[in-house]
Design a binder for this molecule. Structure first.
Ligand SMILES: [Zn+2]
Ligand SMILES: [Zn+2]
Ligand SMILES: [Zn+2]
Ligand SMILES: [Zn+2]
Ligand SMILES: [Zn+2]
Length: 255
């Protein structure tokens, strides 16, 4: 989808036009109320502090989500607020929708604008595998240790490596990223504390061996490196942040 350098959110922020900018400071999107990072539409007037995700701004501009292979029969339309009664849950991340959304005109599916633009496939460097966004998973999520988040509820989608060993619910990744941010573990400056970064990683992969130590088998070390690479890729997708910037969050001196 082509980018617009400038948009005008006539209902949300009529005073000024918003400009497309890249920033290294995390923000809460004024449209969907979700955490964002990186590319965003921002009011150039410093006193305003009105910011939208890139995708939320594009939704305002175009009114159509990127192609969604998981919801082929749906006819999504952009809304500032849920027009139907009751709370809506995003069918990709399984979390509540609190602002801007795409809603199918049949009333069945709803998406956060940022979730609607998540990449469907990545290659996983250092292996011959790919990471795919999937509806069903065969292995347990490395964050919540379960295959299903909650029975009978919206499951959302998951990111899974080809061999199924690395597997995360998008919901669990989003929750862990938000936790890491509120606890101050995600800091992008070069001096970010190593121990804090380790805590952030531990929070993303609670039951995994994540520290590289002398005396580990080559296989174990390879496994840890692959997990970290996987997390760099999926976390940068979830946050909408350029890969290079997110990589610094996972840079450890011993790697
Ligand atoms: Zn947003
Ligand atoms: Zn303004
Ligand atoms: Zn539908
Ligand atoms: Zn979502
Ligand atoms: Zn999970």
């Amino acid at each position: 989808m082509a980018g617009l350098l400038e948009i005008h959110d006539k209902d949300g922020h009529p005073e000024h036009k918003l400009k497309l900018e890249r920033s290294e400071v995390p923000f809460i999107c004024g449209g969907c109320k979700e955490l964002g990072f990186g590319l965003r539409y921002q009011c150039p007037n410093m006193e305003c502090d009105y910011i939208l995700h890139h995708e939320c701004g594009l939704g305002l501009g175009y009114g159509r989500p990127p192609t969604q292979k998981f919801f082929k029969k749906c006819d999504f339309q952009f809304h500032r607020q849920n027009p139907l009664p009751g709370t809506r849950i995003c069918d990709i991340c399984a979390l509540d929708i609190r602002g801007f959304l795409y809603q199918c005109s049949h009333g069945d599916n709803d998406l956060h604008p940022h979730c609607a633009s998540l990449p469907l496939t990545f290659t996983l460097p250092g292996s011959n595998q790919v990471i795919k966004l999937r509806e069903k998973i065969e292995s347990r999520c490395l964050k919540c240790q379960r295959k299903e988040r909650a029975s009978g509820k919206v499951q959302g989608l998951s990111y899974v490596s080809s061999d199924g060993m690395l597997c995360y619910h998008v919901a669990c990744l989003k929750e862990a990223c938000l936790d890491n941010w509120t606890m101050g573990y995600f800091q992008l400056d070069a001096l970010a504390n190593e121990e804090r970064k380790m805590l952030a990683l531990q929070n993303l992969a609670p039951n995994q061996e994540i520290r590289l130590r002398a005396g580990q088998s080559a296989n174990a070390m390879r496994g840890i490196r692959l997990l970290i690479t996987f997390l760099k890729l999926v976390v940068s997708a979830i946050l909408g942040e350029p890969f290079t910037l997110v990589s610094t969050l996972f840079q450890f001196s011993q790697n």
